[in-house]
Each structure stands twice: as structure tokens, then as C-alpha cells.
Design a protein around this ligand. Structure first.
Ligand code: FRU
Length: 474
């Protein structure tokens, strides 16, 4: 470790110590989600199961609740429920990453853990440079930086980042989020046999490619995965205009389902589908675990510099990751379900058989399952602690989530079409909601900030449903 790297890490730990007590007493601190120890967390990075243990790294600015020169924070777990804080994995100490060790991914090869990430460099005049870098570890905890392995190729601006690496037919592939010189978003594919030398195969998808039309000025955090026999490209495009109920957050995260020809880098794909209909979901990343599941984590937040306000900022921390979700492709559509391990968090089951139920008290960090006797006919509403409302209206075939905007105090809403409502699975943590609709056919993810003492959930509507509730964590 260079002197500068150990100094930066030391400074980060000082920040952690300084605000530790203040942060622990924050009523909006979450019980079972991964959060920054201090400062700002954004994208999940380097997700992997390595030598049995799950590793989650994350974009981290320990010095501020705003974006800045990012570190990679690190948690590990053997059961995806109990997490251990690991030493900081990467600090932006070297010339090729001095303004941030930006997002990236992890793979295992020959018993070693390889992290690929973007070295972000900004000069005083605002110009940007980008380097795709490598760091290697034998124990999964201490990393040796190998420096840049890929420079910016021709045809792209320096908005070129977030390498995701995987193996296919004994070769390594890397997909990178990019902006072309025409300022259009793209996902660019590379190949390697040794993880150090990378050859460009070309952009496989992008704005104006494959009949997409104008589809954003930059694509962040691409992830190419195989689900069933399809290649699914997850990506977070910037610059989509709102279109009815679609694309109402500042930036989006979604996917294309298609078929990739690895030789010619031709990717035939369908339409872009948003992965989440809520307010706070961005930069998802997946990994395949040892049991073959494809598991997704996302940032439960979004970059919106115009609206940075969240009450936790007063306590020197902001944002969290989602719970882990298993992905399945059914009839060309991604379904998300909570990782089965989360059942191990369940305590104090409450059960009400089919009928009409009015309210529940003392619900703060909990999981609820609602099974409707018949698909909802008419309207049905859940009011979460007086601060957010989920509504379904069968006459409009619409489901929506409404919450109070923390900056303006006004109510805001996200809506999506839903042909029928038969099941809800809801994860609430002190200041978050993750709502799985009809077994993960649609998702709503949001942060919300209810009065800590208001812990009432009320149900409105005539639908008969069976209700199960568990407390999760403290
Ligand atoms: C997405 C993103 C990435 C980048 C990282 C920086 O939220 O902007 O493109 O690598 O965050 O923290």
C-alpha cells in the first residue's frame, strides 16, 4: 500500500469515528440494509461469492454527503443476512484514479479475486480522463492495485466507465458504459484471454442503435447477464425524457432482452423495460452465486444534484443499497424476488386469515405478505406511516406509489399499468420501502421519512386478503 493510500484510509476512518455516535442514534438508520458508515454511498460494486463468502463493495465518499472522489467500501457475509465490515478495499490514491475509484465489478480466477473499476481523473480545467483499472486479492480483503488495463478507445468521450466482467466459453468479456463523440449513450464490449490485454469488439447497444431512436446521452453501469438462453443487458441510461408514466426519475435503470453473437458483437434486443417503478433505484449490478442464482443489488437512491435533501444528511450519512433480489426471466420479462436468505430475519409472525383488515401498529422494520382471495376489484390502498401510499385501481389497471417530497413538502407519485393485483410482498425498513407486486412482476422502491413515532399501516378497500407480518431486525 502506498503512503498516500494508507493516509486516505486513515482519514476516512477518522470521519467514521467522528460521526459514529450521531449516526447510530438516527431514527432513519436502516435495520437490515447495507449503508455507509459515514458520508455518501452510491452504486453497489464488485458483487461476488468468493471462497464461499458473499462480498458487496460500494461507491463511498466518506468525507461528505455529496459525490466526490470515491472509495470502495466493503462488506462480506456468509449468509447474506449478517454482514461484516471489511477494511476499505480501494482508496483513490494513485494518479490514474485521483478523483475516484469509480464503479466496477469482480471476478474470480485461479483462486484470486479481481476487481475491475474505473479510475476517474479530472484536471483543474474540468477535463476528464478515464482508465479501466485492476486490483487483485488472494484473501478477498487486501487488494494490490495493478493500474490501468484499458485506455479510452477512439470514438468515445471520457464518460466511459463501470466495467462489468464475466467469463463465457473460456474467454473473458467486459462491457463498459459509454458516451460516443456524438454524445449518445452506448454499451461497449471487449474481450480478453488473460484479464490484462483487452481488445474492443464494438458497441453492442446504444442510443440510435437497433432502432432505439434517441435514447440518452450516456449509459452508466451496464451489466450483461444470461437468463435462460437470453442475453439480458441491464443499463442505467442518462437523458431519457419523461414519457407518460415512464422515465419520471432523473435517470433510469432497466433492461433489454436479446441475443448476443459474441463473435460479431451483434446484439438483437427488444424494448427497454424499467426495472423499478419507484423513486429510488439506480445502478443495479448482479452476480451469479455458487448455487447458480442471479442476484441483484441496486443503489436505493439516485443522482439528483438538484434535490439532494434527505434528513439523514444532518447526521452526516446518506443512501443505502436495496435488499438482495433474485432475478428470473419469465416470458421475456424479469421478475424479482427477495433472496430466500432474508426469511432468516423473520421474527414474531403475525397472521390474519382471509378477510378485510384495517390496520397494523408498531410496524417499522418489517416484512408483510398480502395474498388477495380474488384479484382486487375496485380500489385498494395501503398507507405507510402517514407518509407514503400504495394504491391500486382495477378500473384503470394502475398501481401507484405516492410519497411526500422531502424538499418541497408536496406529494409526488409514480404509476405503472398492472392488469391485476393478486399479491404484495413488502419490505419496510425505518426509512425505506421495497414493494414486490404479484411475485416481483413489478417493483416499487423508495426511501421515505415518516415521523419515527408513527408506526401505523392502514389498509383501505373492500378486498379480502390474508396477511402475514414479521418484524425484521430492530
Ligand atoms: C452511477 C455512477 C457511475 C460511476 C459512479 C461514480 O451512479 O455515476 O457511472 O462510476 O456512479 O460514483
Amino acid at each position: 500500500m502506498t503512503e498516500r493510500e494508507s493516509l486516505l484510509k486513515e482519514q476516512a476512518y477518522k470521519e467514521v469515528k467522528k460521526y459514529e455516535k450521531l449516526i447510530q442514534q438516527d431514527p432513519y438508520r436502516l435495520s437490515y440494509h447495507l449503508m455507509p458508515l459515514v458520508g455518501l454511498l452510491n452504486d453497489p460494486n464488485g458483487l461476488i461469492q468468493f471462497k464461499g463468502a458473499y462480498h458487496v463493495f460500494y461507491q463511498w465518499n466518506p468525507f461528505d454527503t455529496a459525490h466526490g472522489a470515491k472509495f470502495w467500501g466493503h462488506y462480506s457475509s456468509v449468509d447474506m443476512v449478517n454482514w461484516k465490515e471489511e477494511p476499505i478495499a480501494l482508496a483513490p490514491s494513485e494518479w490514474y484514479e485521483k478523483n475516484g475509484c469509480y464503479s466496477g465489478s469482480a471476478i474470480e480466477s485461479d483462486g484470486k479475486l479481481y476487481l475491475f473499476y474505473t479510475g476517474n481523473v479530472k484536471s483543474d480545467d474540468g477535463a476528464r480522463e478515464t482508465y479501466q483499472c485492476l486490483a487483485v486479492s488472494t484473501d478477498g480483503v487486501h487488494f494490490e492495485k495493478k493500474g490501468p488495463v484499458l485506455k479510452l478507445p477512439d470514438g468515445y468521450t471520457a464518460h466511459f466507465r463501470d466495467p462489468k466482467v464475466w467469463k463465457k466459453n473460456d474467454r473473458w468479456y467486459m462491457i463498459i458504459g459509454a458516451q460516443t463523440l456524438e454524445e449518445e449513450g452506448a454499451a461497449v464490449l471487449f474481450v480478453s484471454d488473460d484479464l490484462y490485454q483487452w481488445e474492443e469488439l464494438g458497441p453492442i447497444a446504444g442510443s440510435r442503435k437497433n432502432g432505439l431512436g434517441d435514447f440518452g446521452y450516456m449509459w452508466e453501469c451496464p451489466d450483461l447477464i444470461q437468463l435462460q438462453s437470453k442475453e439480458v443487458l441491464l443499463v442505467s441510461p442518462q437523458g431519457l425524457e419523461p414519457n407518460g408514466y415512464l422515465y419520471n426519475n432523473l435517470f433510469q435503470s432497466g433492461y433489454f432482452v436479446g441475443t448476443l453473437d459474441y463473435e460479431t458483437a451483434q446484439y438483437q434486443h427488444g424494448d427497454f423495460v424499467e426495472l423499478d417503478r419507484g423513486f429510488d433505484f439506480y445502478a443495479p449490478q448482479t452476480f451469479r452465486d455458487e448455487s447458480g442464482r442471479t442476484i441483484l443489488y441496486a443503489w436505493m437512491g439516485i443522482t439528483d444534484e438538484s434535490e439532494p435533501y434527505q434528513p439523514t444528511i444532518a447526521n452526516h450519512w446518506v443512501h443505502a443499497l436495496t435488499i438482495p433480489r433474485e432475478l428470473e426471466l419469465r416470458d421475456g420479462q424479469i421478475f424479482q424476488k427477495p433472496a430466500a436468505e432474508l426469511k432468516n430475519l423473520r421474527k414474531d409472525e403475525v397472521f390474519f386469515d382471509y378477510g378485510k383488515h384495517d390496520s397494523l401498529d408498531g410496524v417499522c422494520a418489517a416484512e408483510m405478505e398480502l395474498d388477495f382471495a380474488e384479484p382486487v376489484d375496485g380500489t385498494f390502498e395501503i398507507n405507510f406511516r402517514g407518509e407514503a401510499v400504495l394504491s391500486y385501481d382495477s378500473s384503470k389497471l394502475e398501481i401507484s406509489l405516492q410519497r411526500r417530497n422531502m424538499k418541497t413538502g408536496l406529494s409526488e407519485k409514480r404509476v405503472c399499468m398492472l392488469d391485476k393485483l393478486s399479491k404484495l410482498q413488502i419490505f419496510m425498513d425505518h426509512s425505506s420501502l421495497e414493494i414486490f407486486v404479484n411475485g416481483g412482476q413489478e417493483m416499487f422502491t423508495a426511501r421515505y421519512f415518516p415521523q419515527p413515532e408513527d408506526q401505523t399501516i392502514s389498509f383501505n378497500g373492500t378486498a379480502s386478503f390474508r396477511l402475514k407480518k414479521w418484524s425484521l431486525g430492530g
